[in-house]
Structures are given as structure tokens and as C-alpha cells.
Write a protein that binds this ligand. Sequence first.
Ligand SMILES: *[C@@H]1O[C@H](CO)[C@@H](O)[C@H](O)[C@H]1NC(C)=O
Ligand SMILES: *[C@@H]1O[C@H](CO)[C@@H](O)[C@H](O)[C@H]1NC(C)=O
Ligand SMILES: *[C@@H]1O[C@H](CO)[C@@H](O)[C@H](O)[C@H]1NC(C)=O
Length: 477
Amino acid sequence: MADDEYELLPSYDDHDSEPGQVRRQVKFSSLRLVRRGIRRHPTVILLSSLTLVLLAAAFLAYDVAYLKARLSLAGSYNAFLTHLWPVGLPNRTDVWENENSKAMHALMSCMSTDDCKENQDSIVLLSSHHFAEAIIGHVSGEDIWATSVLDAVRELGYTPIFTTNNEELARTYRQYPDLVKVVILEAAAAESCFSDTKCIKTTNHPLGIPAWKMFSFHFWAGNGNPLGNAWTLSPENWPVISPDNSRDNFYLGYSIEKTCLQIPITPNEQRPRQAYVLAKETRYFFDKEYAWPTLAFDAAPIDVELIAGISRHNPPPMDTLPKGIADVGKLNKTQFYEHLGRSRVTLVGIGRPVLSPSPYDALCMGVPFINPVLSWDAKRPENRTLWLTQHDGLKYQNPPYVYHVKKGDVNGFWEALRTAVKTPIERYIIPDMTMKAVEERLVKLIEGNWKEKAEALLNKRKIAAAKGKGKIKLFDL
Ligand SMILES: *[C@@H]1O[C@H](CO)[C@@H](O)[C@H](O)[C@H]1NC(C)=O
Ligand SMILES: *[C@@H]1O[C@H](CO)[C@@H](O)[C@H](O)[C@H]1NC(C)=O
Ligand SMILES: *[C@@H]1O[C@H](CO)[C@@H](O)[C@H](O)[C@H]1NC(C)=O
């Protein structure tokens, strides 16, 4: 070793002595110690070194093998995944399939590395076309319900997979039957799957969908499922509103919270004295259910301007609006919320359309709603159980949020309008319609013990069938 090489080492304070010499001495003396040790206990030293070397080698070999296995596993999955379920191609119109592909990538990745998030490995099969339409922005009542359910499914971490008809549904289900917790589909589709041996699970079709996993996405009251009301999902609280035919329906419900809360509300004093008339088509004013056929809107006894956003003028003679209601034309969603939110006073229901989500939007924007009572019991006119209203979802709500006026009661109408004008409200979301409430009910649906319930139902049906009671629908569990 040449002396100048030592210059690369940190310099020593003692400049008097040669740094090279000092180091060499230290090195030599420690070497001497080692040599002495080896000379005295040669076997011990040799054996312990050998053991250490062997141990180290063993650990190293194990580590390398383990790491290699993990890497190749993850690597091969990642390599596989790029070839399966392609995502994000430009100009793709099948948005829901793209969503499925993304969901499958996430699911395969987390299952291969065993780190799925809570609920991720539980699949919810969404097979009503309304779900596929909801994700491309459609906004019918059913689509809004579907959007809400999908939001809740995602919020809770479940994996949603979309299909749009029974053939696709059955094929998709067969691929991972154990992972699918529930299937949500249209009432008619549930009915046709139930009687289709290529769709439903039977002893000869073990990978079919068990009847007890199928739930009908049914907007209206009443039964919509081969297994009955308990398998019929409802957007409104039908068990309470319509107990006669819906006592056992599953109230899943929806929430408009997410959209509505994003829109700031206009302080009441900044709103014009304007009432928003909820009607999209002129024919509603000619319907036999129209609540105010004798009402002259142009002779209002109070200072108020009535507006409506008509998107369709029906053929004559049903093409006109009553005098006194100004048409602001077809509105998109943003414009609708704008006009609604600026309606300082109230949103007037006119009998149609029934069950629109718009009155919920109105309440959430701080606008009260006038709900016409279309029929009632003459002997007990105040018994709400016997009422049929424009929006039965709101028939148990009260002023200052919801005002009920009986059909044809012109004085009652102006009185309600007058009171609503001078009684501003804050944003109001019915407690059952918060996102949290929807999520709680969704968990009950997905995690419910439906097989057990179905077994009890099947036993009852078998007994009824044995007694020859009409056409009984039996099924396999
Ligand atoms: C997508 O479609 C548009 C309109 O048809 C076309 O101009 C564009 O080139 C397409 N993009 C790709 C990446 O194909
Ligand atoms: C609604 O229409 C307005 C005015 O034409 C437009 O500025 C806005 O972008 C539209 N919004 C949506 C959501 O289409
Ligand atoms: C209202 O009518 C329903 C159905 O007939 C009845 O069960 C209920 O007891 C009535 N309520 C009142 C307060 O009278």
C-alpha cells in the first residue's frame, strides 16, 4: 500500500507523527491478537465461524426464495391484469363495463396480495338498467334512486358489478358465485330469472343464482319478487305509507343529500316572491287528477309570481298552461336547482308526476312544498292513513315544511301559499333520507341472513302446496 493512499483518510490532529505509521501499528497489533487467539483455540474458532457462515447462508437462501416467490406472484398478477379487463380506452361508450373492469382489477390485486379493504371482496351485482344509466348521468326517479344505492355501495367499500340483462347476469354470477352477496334487478327480470332454468339455481344448475339472493328494484308499492314483499326493495317507506300491500317491503330508500348540499342556498330575503310549479308537461294540467281545475292563478289574492319549467308541450288541446303561470322553458339540472332555490316561497304540487324526487330537492333547498290530497275518507277526512296524496312519501310531514291541501280547496290553497310565503325554512332532509340512513339499511340488506329466511318461507310454501292451495312457487335454496 503506498503512503499517499493514506492521505484520503481523515487527517490526524497530531501532525508530528506520520499518520501512515500510526494506522499500520494499530492494524498490526490487532492482527497479532487474532493470530494469538487462533493459535490457542483453533478448533473452537473454526467451528463457530463455520456455524455462523452456515446459518447466514441458510437465512439468505430462504429470504431469496421467499422474495422471489412474492415478486413473481405480484409480478405475474400485474402482468396478467394488464391483459384482462382493459380499462380507460378512449371513446368507449359502455361506461358500466369500464367500471366493472376497474373493479375487477382492484379486486384481483387485493386478493392476490391478501390486503382487500373491508367489504371489498363482497360483490353486489347491480342488474337493473337504471344503475348503468345512473353512471352516465340519467336523472329519472329510478336513476336517482340507483345513483344513491350505488354511492352507498361504494361508500361502504363493497365491490359493485353491473350487468344489464338476465343472460349477462347469469353468466357473470357463475364466475364468482361465492363472492356475490346480493343481486339487485328489476321486478320483471327477477320473475323471468326465477322461472328460467338457465338463470336460477336448481339441483341441475348448481351455479345458478339462488332465489334468496335476488332483490327486486321496485319503485312502486306492492310486491315485485317471486319470494314476496321481503325481497322487494322500495325507494319510499312503503311499509309505513302503504301498509295494506307493502307492510313487509324492504325500505332501502335514497338520498338527494350529496347533490343538494353542494348547491348553496339563497337567503330568503334575497329571493323574489316566486313560487315554482312542479310540472314538466302541459298535459298534467288537463289530467283528471289535476288538483286545482277551478283555480285562477292569474287572480292571486297575494303578491306572488308562479313559474314552471315546461320541457314538453303536448299536442292540442293539452298544449297550454293555465293563465298566471309563466313558462321559463326546459331546464337542465343546474338551471332547475337555480330556479328552485330562488323560489322564495314554495313549490306547488299539481297532482302529477307522483313520487318525483323534486319535492325532496325543494325541502333540501329550503323551499316548502304544497302537497295536494287527491282522495280521503269522507267520514274521517283527517286520517292520513286513508289519504292518497301527490307525494305520499311526504304525507306524514307537517308545516312549515309540507302543507297539505285537499283537491279543489281553492281557499285552502291560497292560505297555504300565503303562510308558506311568510314562513321561511332552513334546509330540511327527512332523517330517513340522509346518506347515513341509506347506508345503514344497505348493510342490513347485504349482510342479512336471507337464506335462513327463505328456508322458513319455503317450508311454509311446501305445506301450502301439499294442501293443494293454488299455484305455489317453490324453489331451491
Ligand atoms: C374519438 O371520437 C372522435 C369523434 O368521433 C374522434 O374525432 C377521435 O379521433 C376519437 N378518438 C380516438 C382516440 O379514437
Ligand atoms: C345547463 O345550461 C346552462 C345554460 O345553457 C349551461 O351553462 C350549463 O353548463 C348547463 N349545465 C348542465 C349540467 O348541462
Ligand atoms: C286511520 O285509519 C286506519 C285504517 O282504517 C286505522 O287503522 C287507524 O286507526 C285510523 N287512525 C285514527 C287516528 O283514527
